[in-house]
Structure formats: C-alpha cells, structure tokens
Design a protein around this ligand. Structure first.
Ligand code: NAD
Ligand code: WQD
Length: 335
C-alpha cells in the first residue's frame, strides 16, 4: 500500500474526513484515522479500508485527552496531521458555547502539544467560510474581513489564530487552513457519505430526507432574497473535490508558513437550483414551500477560488448534477 509516510487524520471517520482518507491513500500516503466517534460510526473505518484496498488503522481517542494523544503520536512516525475533528452544528454551538470551545479550541491545543512533543510540524486544518461572517462583498476572497456570527464560527477563528502562533514558533512549521464553503455529495461508490443524526440543519441532507419520504416537506428559508430566484445562494462543493484539495495542500505544505485558502467552486447555486437539479437528475420529487428567512442567514455566499488554483494547482471539477446524484446514491444504498 502507501509508502510516502503516515498522515494522521483527526476526525477521519466523519463525512469529510472519510473522503480525505480515501484520497490521501490514493496519493500514496498511509492514512491513520483518529476519532472519538462522537458524531460518526465505527463502520466507516472498514468502509474506507474497502475503498483503499487495505485495512486502515484507526485509533479511538478524543483529541482533548493528552495521554491518548501522546500514545497516538508515540505509536508511529507521523509526517503531517490533517485536523478535521470538531463539532460543527451552528445551533448547538449557540446553546452550548463552552462545549464548542472545549472540544474544538482546547482540543486543538492538546493536539498541538502532542505534535510538539513528537516533533510533528505539519498541519492541514479544516477551517470554514463561516470565518468571514456576513458577506460584505462577493465573491469572498481570503482578504475578506473576518468575524464570527456564532460560537462555532468563533472556534474556527480562535484556532486559525492559535495556528499563527504555533507556526511562528519555528521556521520548520507548516500550516494550511482550508476554508471550506458548502461540502455536499458522497463518494461515487456510495460506500461513504453524509449521515447526520436527527433532523438535519443543512440543505442537502434535508433534501435527501424529504426525497426519501422521511420528512414531509423542505422549508425554503426565504423567497425574497436579492438573488436570481429569490432563494439563498451558496457555493456547494462536491466532497470528493474538497478531499482532493487536502491532498494538494499536503503536497505543497513545505512551501507554506500558515496560509489560509478557500475551497469552493467559485459559483453560487440557489436553494431552488439545488431542489430542481435533485429532482431532475434523480427522478424524484422534493416537496417544498417558502418559509420565513432563517435568522443569521445571508442572501448569497460564494468563494473566490482563485488562490487555491494559484497556490495548490487545485480547482473543483464536479458540478451540481454530480453532487445531487452522489448524495442520492449514498442515501439509497442497500443497508
Ligand atoms: P463530521 O461531524 O461528520 O466529522 C467530524 C468528526 O470529528 C467526527 O467523526 C467526530 O466523531 C470527530 N470528532 C469530533 N470531536 C472530536 C474529538 N474531540 N476528538 C476526536 N474526534 C472528534 O463533520 P464534517 O462535516 O466531516 O466536518 C469535518 C470538519 O470540517 C469539522 O472541523 C468542521 O467544522 C469542518 N467544516 C465542515 C463543514 C461542513 O459543512 N460539513 C464546512 C466547513 C468546515
Ligand atoms: C444553505 C442554504 C439556507 C436548510 C452552514 C454553516 C456554516 C458552514 C457551511 C461549517 C441557505 C437554505 C437550508 C433548509 C433552506 N459549515 N436552507 N432550508 O447556512 O450556508 O452554512 O454550512 O463550517 O458554518 O452555517 O448552509 O446548508 O444550512 O444552508 O432553505 O432546511 O439553504 O437558508 O440559503 P449555510 P446550509
């Protein structure tokens, strides 16, 4: 299998991490998943192994647990960490800000301390377009003003700042914070994908549940936004494209100190664009109706994705039809 060195993926059993593990292995690295399984299933690890063609090592641990983290780094030499572990539900973060700070920010501190102890100096971090707060101009480039509009977003800003300080501690430290826009879709095999617990907050998993008949109707949050059809516009990016962006960052990490790079397609789709593509491509109905705007939402948010092309030689290659097809294929997989 892989021979280029070991990549530790914190949160590697999650929606994005599982796809990153597959692409990391395809690029010749040895992925090792470290996960507490607080929002994911253990069976994901064996499914990633099937896709990779060999079992993938998994360490069950919480990044906040210093002895476990030391044991993880002590067990094998690690070339770089891709740090995806985190809680991400915006509404829950408003109700439990201390939990989000503890898990995401303090967890990262414990992780960095273990990396320091074992001389691991490279990190790719899962940041988010949420660090830009309410968009002030479009497309959103990396110099757009920053601001958190909820405790979850604050954790991403705090971690990016912490990584500045960590990177400044020596010239041999290399960090890339990838600011994801709206990841959706699933692996083409339909073996891994997004399985949120309970009623989903995000658009695509909600659409999937409505199409399956598990929820009666999609509420479209606002039909009078200043957009092409009145519904909210976002930059949806296929999770496999996103995962490949991590490999591109890994390959160029040694030329970086701490860089922040958007991962998006650079174009926006409205809620109705998503619903119509889903219905057309998959031949299913998604009953929907206009509801009041959701507090905190913006009319439109999409990336200027040109820095990723210039710095990483990466750009998205999959479109909305691929995203809705693969999301549906994963949801319709035989159990
Ligand atoms: P996910 O919930 O599917 O995956 C997160 C994984 O991290 C899970 O497997 C979970 O068990 C693990 N985890 C959480 N806290 C942990 C801890 N303390 N110790 C060990 N493992 C822990 O979410 P995802 O969508 O795959 O998101 C991955 C990362 O990307 C997160 O940091 C998230 O904030 C970020 N992100 C996600 C999106 C998105 O829309 N999905 C957008 C921008 C950024
Ligand atoms: C997309 C569009 C909604 C649900 C979230 C996080 C953000 C980042 C990306 C992690 C909007 C509309 C949604 C529904 C709807 N994640 N919608 N009915 O709001 O762009 O951002 O994911 O870092 O932090 O907040 O994504 O999927 O919730 O919404 O009409 O039932 O779909 O209004 O226009 P969002 P989303």
């Amino acid at each position: 299998m892989a021979t280029r060195g070991t990549i530790l993926l914190t949160g590697g059993a999650g929606f994005i991490g599982s796809h990153v593990a597959v692409e990391v292995a395809a690029a010749g690295w040895q992925p090792v998943i470290l996960d507490s399984f607080c929002t994911s299933e253990r069976s994901v690890v064996s499914r990633v192994g099937e896709l990779v063609g060999a079992p993938v090592r998994c360490i069950e641990a919480d990044i906040r647990d210093a002895p476990s983290m030391r044991a993880a780094f002590g067990s094998t030499p690690i070339h770089a960490v891709i740090h995806l572990a985190g809680l991400k539900a915006v509404g829950e973060s408003v109700e439990k800000p201390a939990l989000y700070h503890d898990n995401n920010v303090r967890g990262t501190e414990v992780l960095l301390a273990a990396m320091d102890e074992f001389g691991v100096r490279r990190m790719v971090f899962s940041s988010s377009c949420t660090v830009y707060g309410t968009p002030q101009r479009l497309p959103i480039d990396e110099s757009h003003p920053l601001g958190a509009i909820n405790p979850y977003g604050q954790t991403k800003l705090d971690i990016e700042r912490m990584l500045d300080v960590w990177a400044d501690a020596g010239p041999d430290r290399h960090v890339c914070s990838l600011r994801y826009f709206n990841p959706v879709g699933a692996h083409a095999s339909a073996r891994i994908g997004e399985s949120p617990i309970g009623i989903p907050n995000n658009l695509m998993p909600f659409v999937v549940k409505v199409a399956r008949g598990e929820l009666p109707e999609l509420g479209v949050f606002g039909g009078d936004w200043p957009t092409h059809d009145g519904t909210g516009v976002r930059d949806y990016i296929h999770v496999v494209d996103l995962a490949r962006g991590h490999v591109a960052a890994l390959e160029r990490l040694d030329s970086m100190h701490h860089e922040r790079i958007n991962l998006g397609t650079g174009s926006g789709c409205s809620v109705l664009d998503v619903v119509r593509a889903f219905e057309r491509v998959n031949g299913v109905k998604v009953p929907h109706g206009i509801r009041p705007r959701r507090p905190g939402d913006a009319a439109a948010a999409y990336a200027d994705a040109s820095l990723a092309w210039r710095r990483l030689g990466w750009r998205a290659s999959l479109g909305l039809d691929d995203m809705v097809r693969d999301a549906w294929a994963f949801a319709s997989r035989p159990s």
